[in-house]
Design a protein around this ligand. Sequence first.
Ligand code: COA
Length: 167
Amino acid sequence: MPKVTLEPAGADKRATVENLFQLYVHDFTDFWTERRVELGEDGRFPPYPPLAAYWSEPGAEPMLIRADGQVAGFVLIDRHSHSGLPTDFNMGEFFVARHYRREGVGRDAALEAIQVRPGQWELAVARRNTGAQAFWRRIAAAVAPEVEEIDRDDAVWNGLILRFVVA
Ligand SMILES: CC(C)(COP(=O)(O)OP(=O)(O)OC[C@H]1O[C@@H](n2cnc3c(N)ncnc32)[C@H](O)[C@@H]1OP(=O)(O)O)[C@@H](O)C(=O)NCCC(=O)NCCS
């Protein structure tokens, strides 16, 4: 199994995260119920405006996932809440590149990110992203004795919200 490390993605690594984000959006096209954005003439998805906040907003923490030192994904933590309830940490976006999947890279990265940040956690998973729902239920159960599940279906969010406290 690859050795997983997290590395803060400062301004010098912003372009790396933005490039990986293209792959992430491509994955998410599987979960859309309708075509949401079109590729540009350059063959890229258009910039996702909220991504910029990870390099400007207080409490936002962008990180690269490395597997055996290689770029393997990203972890983007912020303070937002899809439930509207008080939240210390939100797993805003999380991605493991396909060639590293189902090897425990996501699990190690998630545990490393979550366990060192005690407080109220929240994460929201799109309704059709059933793989990530299974993944996050396992992670949440590993880090907290109780996990609250909220099913939301409105203009704010459509899918599962998990909330748990890390001691
Ligand atoms: C979801 C994601 C992060 C999982 O990363 P990963 O490195 O493959 O996950 P792991 O190998 O650590 O999986 C740990 C466990 O989670 C569960 N799991 C992970 N992916 C799963 C899937 N696609 N379907 C069902 N269960 C899954 C399994 O129980 C797995 O253990 P196992 O492989 O021994 O069965 C990755 O598939 C991904 O980046 N997907 C696209 C982006 C995305 O959906 N991000 C999450 C947004 S909320």
